[in-house]
Design a protein around this ligand. Structure first.
Ligand code: HOZ
Length: 443
């Protein structure tokens, strides 16, 4: 840890964040606008953030952290990257929203299409949830079928049909299904374990003709980071084709992250529909869905399936997204991102082994996942065997040293183009210290 970070962490008591959290709770449910930010899985008070710069976050108490959460993914270029800030500023001077067509929407759609050949047409929306919710409607409208299949522990935002056995905050808070989702809707969502082809086949054998779509995070990032096993995604593709069911790749997290062309490029799969978000908005609220022309042409005004939005294709988000994608096109960007995430995963494993703690870690592209688990983590059931209390201790010890990770083991970590080797080195040294302390405390 650099002396600078050490000083800021040691000199801070977090008192301003504590006061800010208490105040926020008077006006916002749980003090937050999205549940996982409230630190329920790890306890304590979330630092309230004042600003970000590159790989650093600074809170209102003046504590500085190396950020491995990056706004839960969008900031692959780091905080307040000058090129992204410039693009947003320039656009803001021209106007922030028009509710009318702009050329910049087409530009971003063209860039997405170049990178994702499975997407002939793209519709911009304002969040990942909106993208997955709309993709489902299109799948149901196009196929005339009502059932969908999702995977336990995968999270696709909070639309009713998708809030069934979901990961992320739903899993963190132990809410298998949310009150408020009518059972008539929940019944249409069939769930199967991730990485289990046989169970998926069984569901198809029973309900195949009724299933509109299978929606999947091709690399699961909301039960921690869980990788698809060899041949699994192709098997999912083959089954969906056999039953004329649409395959929706939810690449909100993996898009432009596990490679420029997402998981579908990396694993060589051709989905019918794809959802995107996070990176393509460069830190501004955004989502997109798209896919095969004959399916996407069913959307209004071309076809009868309705979906709309006042801020869809918002020019600030389009500008920030395009600027971010440009940065990702620089030579070696993905090699570097992958090297950093792999080093973090390997460092976590090494530190855990030295401290004789049960550890598992995964990394791919610009994302990684750390588990305190004895056995390999391949699905939600194995992810849930991880030691959540140990993670909470680890999380707080790292936070106190100036390293900001996901406040739940059931979330992924992220790296950016701005994370340096030196910062990663500092992180690995801290991980080693923290794990040794955890070992001592467990004795
Ligand atoms: N959907 C995010 C977790 N996978 C949480 C977003 C947020 O709280 O900002």
């Amino acid at each position: 840890m650099s002396d600078e970070i050490k000083d800021t962490v040691e000199n801070s008591k977090g008192s301003k964040s504590i006061a800010a959290f208490a105040r926020a709770k008077q006006s916002l449910p749980g003090g937050v606008n999205s549940p996982v930010r409230a630190f329920r899985a790890v306890g304590g008070t979330p630092p309230f953030i004042e600003r970000g710069e590159g790989a650093y976050l600074t809170d209102i108490d003046g504590c500085r952290y190396i950020d491995y959460l990056l706004s839960w993914g969008p900031l692959i270029a780091g905080h307040a990257h000058p090129a992204v800030v410039h693009a947003i500023t320039q656009q803001a001077q021209l106007g922030t929203s028009f509710g009318a067509p702009t050329e910049i929407e087409t530009e971003l759609a063209e860039e997405i299409k170049r990178a994702y050949p499975s997407m002939d047409l793209v519709r911009m929306v304002s969040s990942g949830t909106e993208a997955t919710m709309s993709a489902l409607r299109v799948a149901r409208g196009y196929t005339g079928r009502s059932r969908i299949v999702k995977f336990t522990g995968c999270y696709h935002g909070h639309a009713d049909s998708l809030l069934i056995r979901a990961g992320s905050g739903v899993a963190t808070l132990g809410l298998p299904d949310s009150p408020g989702v009518p059972s008539a809707i929940a019944e249409l969502t069939l769930t199967v374990p991730y990485n289990d082809v046989d169970r998926l086949r069984m569901v198809f054998e029973e309900f195949g003709e009724e299933i509109a779509a299978v929606i999947i995070e091709p690399v699961a990032g909301n039960m921690g980071l869980v990788l698809p096993q060899g041949g699994y995604l192709q098997a999912v593709r083959d089954l969906t084709l056999a039953y004329d069911t649409l395959l929706i790749f939810d690449e909100v997290m993996t898009g432009f992250r596990v490679s420029y062309g997402g998981a579908q490029e990396r694993f060589g799969i051709d989905p019918d529909l794809t959802t995107l978000g996070k990176v393509i908005g460069g830190g501004m609220p955004v989502g997109a869905y798209g896919g095969k022309r004959e399916i996407m042409e069913q959307i209004a005004p071309e076809g009868p399936i309705y979906q709309a939005g006042t801020l869809s294709g918002n020019p600030l988000a389009m500008a920030a997204g395009l600027a971010t994608l440009k940065l990702l096109q620089t030579e070696g960007a993905y090699d570097r991102l992958e090297r950093v995430s792999q080093r973090l995963a390997q460092g976590f494993m090494d530190a855990g082994h030295r401290a004789e703690l049960p550890v598992q870690a995964h990394a791919i592209g610009a994302m990684f996942g750390n588990f305190f688990a004895k056995d390999p983590v391949v699905d939600y059931a194995t992810a849930m065997q991880a030691d959540l209390a140990l993670y909470a201790d680890y999380f707080h010890a790292m936070l106190a040293r100036g390293f900001y990770f996901a406040p739940s083991q059931l979330e992924a970590g992220f790296v950016s183009l701005t994370h340096t080797d030196e910062q990663v080195e500092q992180t690995l040294i801290a991980m080693g210290d923290v794990m040794q302390n955890l070992r001592r405390r467990r004795r």
